[in-house]
Design a protein around this ligand. Structure first.
Ligand SMILES: Nc1ncnc2c1ncn2[C@@H]1O[C@H](COP(=O)(O)OP(=O)(O)OP(=O)(O)O)[C@@H](O)[C@H]1O
Length: 264
């Protein structure tokens, strides 16, 4: 169902990501989990969006489907106007390599490759020209210009995550997806990583979508999407840590109340 890249007939300039009625159902009849229940959204290019919601609300599933790491059961996904549809794994992989960057909680660097080699890996995998000057420039911007030949084990967690961000940016993707990018970091390193993500949006017009549990992390974004039980239940512009925390508490209370009513 995924993988063939065709220009969307409805391509709109300035729209980096669109989901139309995306549903994701895990399991088989009798043991089904509806992880996403008809999610539609449109994110403009150059925006920084945080995705929040109670545990199990579908945040990671949303990211995986939007990034082409998983396949929706129903619905359509467009990245920069091109639809992820049809075809097999190879076409899907190509789509991701050409358009998408990822940052994971656990960095996912290759331990035997140094900082420069890890950073240029996506270019090599995509068969693209390895522009070391560009990679050096990106690594300089993430503050690792003097660590190019270090192995991941020789770096702190925050530095490893900055390599992962450089690696995500070096292909100049349409969208960078980050799943709990600060989840494994101390407060100070987390802040540096969030400033870096925000800087990539402000300075280069990068589009970033980040799943997080942390209201402080969400406050670095331009806006927050709230998920509950696989649906988008709210949107907040110009978030602050306080307003996000307050809204999350309310959301958790509502979800609990609804589940209690449904079970009554
Ligand atoms: N591979 C899978 N097989 C079956 N069910 C799954 C699978 N992955 C996720 N789910 C279910 O789908 C729902 C949404 O999961 P998801 O991981 O997207 O939520 P989340 O909001 O990211 O949660 P958390 O904040 O705890 O990481 C949950 O009920 C989860 O148990």
């Amino acid at each position: 169902m995924f993988g063939h890249v065709r220009p969307a007939e409805t391509r709109e300039s300035g729209e980096a990501l669109r989901l139309d009625g995306v549903r994701k159902i895990y399991g088989v009849e009798g043991n089904r989990v509806v992880a996403l229940d008809g999610v539609s959204l449109s994110l403009p290019a150059g925006s920084f969006t945080a995705v929040m919601g109670p545990s199990g609300s579908g945040k990671s599933t949303l990211l995986q489907c939007a990034a082409g790491l998983d396949r929706p059961t129903e619905g359509r996904v467009f990245v920069d106007g091109a639809e992820l549809s049809g075809g097999g794994e190879a076409a899907l992989t190509r789509f991701r390599r050409e358009r998408i960057g990822f940052v994971f909680q656990q960095f996912n660097l290759l331990p035997t490759l140094d900082v420069m080699q890890n950073t240029v890996l996506p270019l090599k995998l995509a068969g693209r020209k390895v522009d070391r000057a560009l990679a050096r420039d990106v690594l300089g911007r993430v503050g690792l210009g003097d660590r190019l030949d270090h192995l991941p084990a020789e770096l702190s967690g925050g530095q490893q995550q900055r390599v992962a961000i450089a690696r995500a940016l070096v292909t100049r993707p349409r969208v960078v997806f980050a799943d709990e990018p600060t989840g494994a970091l101390d407060t100070r390193s987390a802040r540096a990583v969030l400033e870096l993500l925000r800087g990539s949006v402000r300075t280069f017009g990068q589009t970033v979508v980040m799943v997080t549990h942390d209201p402080v992390a969400a406050s670095f974004a331009d806006s927050v999407l709230y998920l509950a039980d696989g649906r988008i239940v709210g949107h907040q512009a110009a978030p602050t840590a306080e307003t996000v925390a307050e809204r999350m508490t309310r959301l958790a209370d509502e979800v609990e109340r609804q589940r209690a009513t449904a079970g009554a």
